[in-house]
Ligand binder design. Structure first.
Ligand SMILES: Nc1ncnc2c1ncn2[C@@H]1O[C@H](COP(=O)(O)OP(=O)(O)OP(=O)(O)O)[C@@H](O)[C@H]1O
Ligand SMILES: [Mg+2]
Length: 176
C-alpha cells in the first residue's frame, strides 16, 4: 500500500470517454510491461468508487496480455491468479476484507514478495500489506448530472478521468 511519503516520479491524465478508451489505455500498458527487465514485477493500485471501472480495466489489460477466457471479479475470492508467457498475474479485490491482518493470515503478503504483476482493487482496505507500489490509477466518474455536462452529449454511461501516478522507475517505464 502506498504511504504518504512515497514520492511521485511521474503523472498522466487519461480520458476514458467510453470503455473503448479504457481498453486502449490497457493495451498501451500491456505493451509497456514488455519493457520491464526479467523477472518482471509491478504493483498497480486501482482506486475508484464502486462501479468506477477498476475490474473493467483489469479485464482489458489481461486480454491484451493474452489471457483468454472469462476474467472474474475477485469480489468473493479476493484473489484471482493468472499466468501469461511466464508472467504471474495476481488480481486482488480487498473490498470485503476488514484489515491487513486478515489479508496476512490468508497468505497474501507473500504474493507481493514474489515477482509478477499485482493488480489491486480497494488497496485502502489493507494498509501496510506490502511495500512499494509502482503505479496508482485514480478512476473518477464524471458527474453527468452536473452543469458541466454538455447538453449535446447523449445520456448514458458517464466518461471517466483517470489520474495516474508513478512511484518507481518501473512504474515510469511502463507509462512511456
Ligand atoms: N469509460 C469507461 N471505462 C470503464 N468502464 C466503463 C466505462 N464506461 C462504462 N463502463 C462500465 O462501468 C462498469 C464498471 O464496473 P467495474 O466492475 O469495472 O467497476 P469496479 O470499479 O471494479 O467496481 P467494484 O468496486 O465494485 O469492484 C462496467 O459495466 C463497464 O462496462
Ligand atoms: Mg471491481
Amino acid at each position: 500500500m502506498l504511504r504518504a511519503h512515497d514520492a511521485i516520479l511521474g503523472t498522466r491524465l487519461w480520458q476514458w470517454p467510453d470503455e473503448s478508451a479504457c481498453a486502449a489505455s490497457a493495451q498501451r500498458l500491456a505493451r509497456g510491461l514488455g519493457r520491464l527487465a526479467e523477472p518482471r514485477s509491478l504493483t498497480i493500485e486501482l482506486h475508484g468508487t464502486l462501479g468506477a471501472g477498476k475490474t473493467t480495466f483489469v479485464r482489458h489489460l489481461l486480454r491484451a496480455l493474452g489471457i483468454a477466457g472469462r476474467v472474474k471479479s475477485p469480489t468473493y475470492t479476493v484473489l484471482e491468479p493468472y499466468a501469461s508467457a511466464g508472467l504471474a498475474i495476481s488480481h486482488f479485490d480487498f473490498y470485503r476484507l476488514a484489515d491487513a491482518r486478515e489479508a496476512e493470515d490468508a497468505g497474501f503478503r507473500e504474493v507481493f514478495e514474489r515477482p509478477g504483476l499485482k493488480l489491486v482493487e480497494w488497496p485502502e482496505r489493507v494498509p501496510g500489506l506490502w511495500a512499494g507500489t509502482d503505479l496508482a490509477l485514480h478512476i473518477e466518474v464524471e458527474d453527468i448530472a452536473g452543469d458541466a455536462h454538455p447538453a449535446h452529449e447523449p445520456a448514458g454511461e458517464p466518461a471517466r478521468a483517470v489520474h495516474v501516478e508513478a512511484f518507481s522507475a518501473n512504474g515510469q517505464a511502463v507509462l512511456d
